[in-house]
Design a protein around this ligand. Structure first.
Ligand code: NDP
Length: 328
């Protein structure tokens, strides 16, 4: 039998954590042949709630769940971690300035990056879900100098999946008929869901839609503002769909993306598409041999270029702000 994989989950007692942990323990994160050991990290006041979730995980008697440990200390939680899902973050509260938000999250993601650097397994893969996800990932990555930068990623897969569904509904097709969707840039309102490279049964999606006004004035804002629409409808933020996207992101990272298709993930830029090197920005990516690689050689029309530049400019501002705060 395979040795268990250590999966560290932060914010384990939160909403997304609750939707995520059962799927990890059932084998959906890494596949049906891979046992997992869960290492849950919470702030001290939420450890008891995490213990309650652990009791429920026990009660599922998952065959692949080889153990659960709960910590309030990042050094311990990340010791030996093979996969780290960084979900816990400081949410923006009313009246909070962006600088305050970045500073509060720096207090979380800097020590977590240091702990990953100190004690994670050599094959560690990190997915940041907690917002502002791209910049939180950058903070963690910058504080883990001994870990290859490519092991730090942030989640835009939920945006990607939202874009697939919106387009499928518009065209009356199944999501399986759509390939090569891309989310570019920051996981924020400036993100750019791109229909000029997506294909619907082999036709460029923008042409299949044939309505640029819909693309610009409905599709893009609907995808970018979906989180707020969920809160409005549900009275709580999206959790199961965010957890589902985290599962998709890591599953594809480990198991590969299908031939002839790609997905979206925020990865460290190597300068591709004019995105400054080092920023953690969303790109079209394929996963091969356990690595996410940026899809190269796509032509960008003027509209796409402007949208990508605007989102990347926001990422550069966030990077400059955390640099000034001494977090990276
Ligand atoms: P959630 O589990 O709902 O959300 C967690 C994080 O995911 C938030 O930063 C949230 O950002 C982000 N997120 C990313 N994508 C989405 C999405 N599509 N929909 C909703 N959220 C998304 O938050 P809870 O408050 O329920 O739980 C957070 C937990 O984290 C708490 O238990 C807290 O104790 C813990 N925590 C743990 C830390 C640690 O382990 N060191 C540090 C800080 C907190 P946004 O707020 O922008 O929606």
């Amino acid at each position: 039998a395979k040795a268990p994989v250590n999966v560290t989950v932060t914010g384990a007692a939160g909403q997304i954590g609750y939707a995520l942990l059962f799927r990890v323990a059932s084998g959906q994160l890494l596949g049906p042949d891979t046992p997992v050991k869960l290492r849950l990290l919470e702030i001290p006041q939420a450890v008891k709630a995490a213990e309650g979730t652990a009791m429920e995980l026990d009660d599922c008697a998952f065959p692949l769940l080889a153990g659960i440990d709960i910590f309030d200390d990042p050094k311990q939680a990340f010791a030996g971690a093979n996969v780290a899902l960084l979900v816990g973050a400081r949410p923006r509260t009313k009246g909070m300035e962006r600088g305050d938000l970045l500073e509060a999250n720096g207090g979380i993601f800097k020590p977590q990056g240091e702990a990953i650097n100190a004690g994670a397994a050599d094959d560690i893969r990190v997915l940041v879900v907690g917002n502002p996800a791209n910049t939180n990932a950058l903070i963690a990555q910058a504080n883990a100098p001994d870990v290859p930068a490519e092991r730090f990623t942030a989640m835009t897969r939920l945006d990607h999946n939202r874009a697939l569904s919106q387009l499928a509904h518009k065209l009356g097709v199944s999501v399986t008929e759509i390939k090569k969707m891309t989310i570019w840039g920051n996981h924020s309102a400036t993100q750019y869901p791109d229909l000029y490279h997506a294909e619907v049964n082999g036709t460029v999606a923008a042409d299949a839609v044939g309505d640029d006004a819909w693309l610009r004035d409905e599709f893009i804002p609907t995808v970018a503002k979906r989180g707020a629409a969920i809160i409005e409808a549900r009275g709580a933020s999206s959790a199961a769909s965010a957890a589902n996207a985290a599962i998709d992101h890591v599953f594809d990272w480990v198991n590969g993306t299908p031939e002839g298709d790609w997905t979206s993930a925020a990865v460290v830029s190597d300068g591709s598409y004019g995105v400054p090197e080092g920023l953690i920005s969303s790109f079209p990516v394929v996963s091969r041999n356990g690595r996410y690689e940026i899809v190269q050689g796509l032509d960008l029309n003027e509209f796409s270029r402007q949208r990508i530049d605007a989102s990347v400019a926001e990422l550069a501002e966030e990077r400059d702000a955390v640099r000034q705060l001494g977090l990276i």
